[in-house]
Design a protein around this ligand. Structure first.
Ligand SMILES: *Cc1c(COP(=O)(O)O)cnc(C)c1O
Length: 384
């Protein structure tokens, strides 16, 4: 994490009405912006992506957040959406045409793959390459228009060699998109590694307080403008000013929160790795294997989302473990201040799907000591 990023997260409002010196960004709770003359209205509406005309398009509070996100990712421009899926939907629907093929690399977020399945009815094909360490080039087809990657994935936390992937994509003239939600822009910079577009679910660490749903896309000015007029304006998954102000509040503490998530997670991982009930821990820090070079060069820090495998990981044992936890609450999502637990297991036959005993933890901001005590209580419950 560098100090420039820390300053960007905490930057003071410099938009309209900055005069009185409000340190928190004003919430522009308005659906439209009236203009002094019809001529001026016509002029501004012709370039709606850079003027405040109607809040389905642009809004000063949302624009302030977009500028911060573009700066943090090192992109020219950003567009915010009502959710991460809103952003991902705009990217896939906006960049793909019938007859195109998308290659998904790694165990990508489930609903993203469901969206790709939905796009089949519009003639868009896709392949999922779940193991990112196998050759990517063999899976490229003559009609591959996009390579979509997550690194790490958010269930098994497998890491992709992103610079190697973007080099292959460039050789074939294929655009790349990366979901950087796990790392946040503070711990990984995909655009610097050659990725064309970054997507985020702002619902996770960036919002950070489990009180807002949001998404963003960051990339070149031209691509963001294209996404603005199609995927954003026409599909209408718009972030409101109120939501943007909540995300901006989260952004101000993102650097301190990420340091603490990391510290707690590494302590929890060390504890899990030494525990006899645990057969594997999945997190870039825990994987001191062939990925090591990739890991040290791609990440400047690690977030607090990890998973581990319980010995004899039947559905009954996983349920008993999860139910014995008190501090880690049971729920979807992750990246908030609070510790959460879930498992992809859905029934007793899950070991056949290779998910046997997998438990995912979002290590929150409580003290690592209380997190470890809670986990130990759950391990102890297995013996009874
Ligand atoms: C949650 C999540 C999304 C979707 O974001 P929403 O804000 O829930 O729509 C996308 N990618 C990843 C990796 C996520 O965890």
């Amino acid at each position: 994490m560098n100090s420039t990023d820390q300053q960007i997260c905490m930057s003071a409002w410099d938009g309209p009405g900055a005069g009185p010196g409000a340190v928190a960004p004003p919430v522009y709770q308005t659906s439209l912006f009236a203009k002094p003359s019809f001529e001026e209205f016509v002029r501004q509406q012709a370039a709606e992506h850079e003027n405040f005309v109607y809040s389905r398009g642009t809004n000063p509070t949302v624009a302030f957040l977009e500028e911060r996100l573009a700066l943090l990712e090192g992109g020219e421009a950003a567009k915010c959406f009502a959710s991460g899926m809103g952003a991902i939907g705009a990217v896939l629907a906006g960049l793909l045409r019938g007859g195109d093929h998308v290659l998904f690399v790694n165990t990508v977020y489930g609903p993203t793959i469901e969206l790709a399945q939905h796009l089949e009815r519009f003639g868009v094909e896709h392949t999922v390459l779940a193991d990112p360490t196998t050759g990517i080039e063999e899976h490229i087809r003559h009609n591959t228009a996009l390579i979509y990657v997550e690194s790490p994935g958010t269930m098994l936390m497998k890491v992709v060699d992103v610079p190697a992937l973007t080099a292959v994509a460039r050789r074939h003239g294929i655009r790349t998109v990366m979901d950087n939600t796990w790392s946040t822009p503070l711990f990984q910079k995909p655009l610097a590694a050659g990725v064309d577009l970054v997507v985020h679910s702002l619902t996770k660490y960036i919002g950070g307080h489990s009180d807002v749903i949001g998404g963003a896309v960051i990339g070149s000015r031209d691509t963001i403008r294209e996404l603005f007029y199609q995927g954003h304006q026409l599909f209408g998954a718009v972030m409101s000013a109120m939501e943007a102000s909540l995300v901006l509040r989260g952004l101000r503490t993102l650097p301190v929160r990420m340091e603490q998530h990391q510290r707690n997670a590494l302590t929890v991982i060390d504890h899990l790795r030494a525990h006899p009930e645990v057969t594997a821990v999945h997190h870039p820090y825990a994987d001191h294997g062939p990925d090591e070079v990739v890991i040290t060069s791609q990440f400047s820090g690690f977030s607090g989302l990890l998973s581990f495998e319980l010995r004899e990981g039947t559905f009954a044992r996983v349920s008993r473990f999860i139910d014995a936890l008190r501090l880690f609450r049971i729920g979807p999502s992750w990246g908030g201040y609070e510790s959460l637990v879930t498992s992809p297991m859905r029934s007793t036959d899950d070991p056949a799907r290779g998910l046997g005993g997998l438990i995912r933890l979002s290590v929150g901001l409580e003290g690592a000591q209380s997190q470890i005590e809670d986990l130990d209580r759950a391990f102890a419950s297995l013996a009874r």
